[in-house]
Design a protein around this ligand. Structure first.
Ligand SMILES: C[S@@+](CC[C@H](N)C(=O)[O-])C[C@H]1O[C@@H](n2cnc3c(N)ncnc32)[C@H](O)[C@@H]1O
Length: 237
């Protein structure tokens, strides 16, 4: 099922083109990370959640493919999907199998994918777009397959502070600002329940410290829980 009202956002696409122009495609900052170390720690956290038995892994909105690049040749098939042509070329140059496509109309057949990851994609998307991504994930995942989602936690003080500082600096340098949307766990949970995806785990993390906690509403989470991580599983009927 594809919701015709939701299409890949070409304005956001242009903003990423600017980021790639400034930082180069091989720099995690071109994909919106503050610095390389943050990205690498987040990658380590993501990898602890992957199912080593999963043969077909798709990274949706993969950017230049840095996140799943270490998994190439370690899985039966690792596929990156992104809407941006330059990002796709960069990911292809890393040796990733790449599909240029739309996260809201995944170009895969029903029940054909073992595992999906998506990192730092949601915060520029409207709620209905994220809902559509969850719907599409449920369609293409095989029963028992999982989707692992990582996005910034707009309620964490550390993230709010970083966002405010960097938005201010962008304004000073007359750089365009990205749209920003916060998505709660409750929202994702509701979308998931509608399409038969079950929440396996939820956590917040502060990658620079390697810190992760399932107490997503604790006072510490509200201060340093910069990233949200949610794992959903398609039920075996
Ligand atoms: C912040 S980057 C994240 C890249 C990568 N996941 C990472 O963590 O390094 C967001 C990516 O989403 C892609 N994107 C935006 N809308 C999309 C859509 N509808 N379908 C596929 N990719 C999309 C952009 O082109 C961009 O490369």
């Amino acid at each position: 099922m594809i919701n015709e009202e939701i299409v890949a956002d070409r304005d956001v696409d242009k903003l990423y083109a600017g980021m790639r122009g400034r930082h180069g495609v091989h720099n995690a900052r071109a994909n919106g990370y503050l610095y390389e170390g943050y990205f690498r720690r987040e990658q380590q956290i993501l990898f602890t959640l992957l199912n080593p038995q999963a043969g077909v892994l798709v990274d949706v909105a993969c950017g230049s493919g840095l996140m799943v690049e270490p998994l190439i040749n370690k899985r039966r098939l690792v596929v990156g999907l992104d809407f941006n042509a330059d990002a796709c070329f960069a990911a292809h140059n890393y040796g990733l199998n790449v599909v240029r496509g739309d996260a809201f109309g995944l170009p895969f057949t029903d029940s054909s994918v073992d595992e999906i990851v998506t990192c730092q994609f949601f915060n520029q998307q409207q709620p209905m777009a994220v809902r559509q991504f969850v719907v599409e994930s449920a369609r293409v995942l095989r029963p028992g397959g999982r989707v692992i989602m990582v996005w910034r936690n707009g309620t964490a003080w550390v993230h709010r502070l970083a966002l405010a500082c960097f938005s201010f600096l962008d304004r000073l340098r007359r750089l365009p600002s990205f749209p920003y949307e916060n998505h709660s766990f409750e929202r994702i949970e509701t979308y998931a329940a509608d399409v038969g995806l079950v929440v396996v785990s939820q956590a917040v993390s502060f990658p620079p410290f390697g810190w992760r906690s399932s107490a997503t509403n604790s006072w510490l989470a509200r201060i340093i829980g910069a990233s949200n991580i949610c794992v959903l599983e398609k039920s075996i009927r």
